[in-house]
Design a protein. Structure first.
Length: 320
C-alpha cells in the first residue's frame, strides 16, 4: 500500500507556546456570546526579558481559581456571557508580519463581541487601536496602566516596538490626546518622553503621586479628574490597556521590564471598580512573562484584572 506523505507544513496555530485552555473554563463559542477573550502570544518586541508569549496560557490557567466567577462587588459572573476564541494564529518572527496578520482577525472579532485581549508584549496594542479606530470611525480615549510611558520615537534604532506604541498612536490620530490617561509611570527616561502625553494634553498620574492612595476615597481626586476629562470631550469610547509591570515587582515579578516603586494590586482594582461605568469598548492585559514569575503572582493578578473588567462591563449592561 502506498502511503501519502505527511505534510511538513504546520499552521501557525500549531506553535508549541500557544494556549489551548480557556479563560474561566468558558466555552469556545465564537460569535455566540457578547464577550470574548483571545490570546496574542507575541513577545518579539521586548527590550529585556522575553516570555510574554506564554502570558495567555498562564493568565487562563490562573483564571481557573475563580471557580464560578461571581464577582464579590458587582455580583455578576461572565459565565454564559463569555467565550474564549483561543490564541490568534500569527507569525512569530516579524513584527510587521504579525501586525498584518492580526488585522483581519481583530477586525472580525471586535465587530462580533466585546473583546479582552491577553498578551503578549505591548506592541500588540497599536494594531488593536488601529482596528478599533477604523471600526468606530473616531479616535478613542485610553486608560493606560504602565511603569513606562511608551512614548519613544523609535525602538533602539528600529521604527516600532513595545515602547513606541503611544507615540505612534498619537501621531496616527488613533486616540484623543486629551483623553489619554496614564497611571503608574515611573521608569527612567528623558523628560521629552516622560512628559510627552502631558504635553499633548493628556493626563499622567505617575507612581510617585499615587503612593499611599488605595481606597476610592483616597483616589477620589484622580478618579474625578479622569471622569471630568472624558465628560469634557463628550464621553468618547474608552480603551483600557494594562501592562502588568504597572504593578510593583513585589506584586508582579513575572514581567520583562520590572520597575520597583510601582502600584499595588489594590490600587488597580480600585480604579477598575470605580470606573466600571465608563463606555469601555475593549481592553488588553500585556507583558505577563511566566518564566520570571514567582508562585504565579503576576498571572493571578492579570486574570483578576481581566475578570474585574469583564464583570464591571457586564454589571453596567455593556451589550453590543
Amino acid at each position: 500500500m502506498i502511503r501519502e506523505p505527511h505534510s511538513t507544513r504546520l499552521p501557525m496555530s500549531a506553535f508549541a507556546f500557544q494556549s489551548d485552555n480557556r479563560f474561566l473554563k468558558v466555552a469556545a463559542a465564537a460569535g455566540t456570546r457578547p464577550f470574548a477573550v483571545a490570546g496574542i502570544g507575541w513577545d518579539g518586541s521586548t527590550t529585556n526579558r522575553p516570555g510574554a508569549r506564554f502570558g495567555p496560557r498562564a493568565i487562563r490557567e490562573s483564571s481557573h481559581m475563580l471557580c464560578d466567577g461571581v464577582h464579590p462587588l458587582f455580583d455578576v459572573t461572565p459565565d454564559g456571557l463569555l467565550a474564549d476564541v483561543g490564541d490568534l494564529p500569527l507569525p512569530n518572527t516579524s513584527l510587521a508580519a504579525m501586525r498584518e496578520a492580526m488585522t483581519p482577525l481583530v477586525d472580525a472579532l471586535i465587530r462580533q463581541q466585546h473583546m479582552a485581549w491577553l498578551g503578549g508584549d505591548h506592541s500588540i496594542t497599536l494594531p488593536l487601536l488601529r482596528c478599533y479606530r477604523r471600526w468606530l470611525g473616531r479616535p478613542l480615549a485610553v486608560i493606560h496602566f504602565d511603569a513606562h510611558c511608551d512614548t519613544w520615537e523609535d525602538h533602539f534604532g528600529e521604527p516600532s516596538g513595545h515602547g513606541t506604541w503611544v507615540y505612534e498612536a498619537m501621531q496616527e490620530g488613533l486616540v484623543i490626546d486629551a483623553c489619554f490617561m496614564q497611571l503608574g509611570i515611573r521608569s527612567a527616561g528623558v523628560r521629552e518622553a516622560r512628559d510627552y502625553v502631558r504635553e499633548r494634553g493628556g493626563l499622567i498620574f505617575d507612581a510617585r503621586s499615587l503612593r499611599g492612595l488605595e481606597s476610592a476615597t483616597q483616589l477620589a481626586q484622580v478618579l474625578q479628574a479622569m471622569r471630568e476629562r472624558l465628560a469634557a470631550h463628550g464621553h468618547p469610547p474608552v480603551y483600557l490597556t494594562l501592562d502588568i509591570d504597572a504593578l510593583d515587582p513585589a506584586f508582579a515579578p513575572g514581567t520583562g521590564t520590572p520597575e520597583p516603586g510601582g502600584l499595588t494590586t489594590n490600587q488597580i482594582f480600585t480604579v477598575l471598580e470605580e470606573l466600571a461605568g465608563l463606555p469601555f469598548v475593549g481592553m488588553d492585559c500585556v507583558e505577563v512573562s511566566p518564566p520570571y514569575d514567582h508562585a504565579e503572582l503576576s498571572s493571578y493578578a492579570a486574570a483578576r484584572f481581566v475578570w474585574t473588567y469583564l464583570c464591571g462591563c457586564i454589571a453596567r449592561g455593556a451589550w453590543r
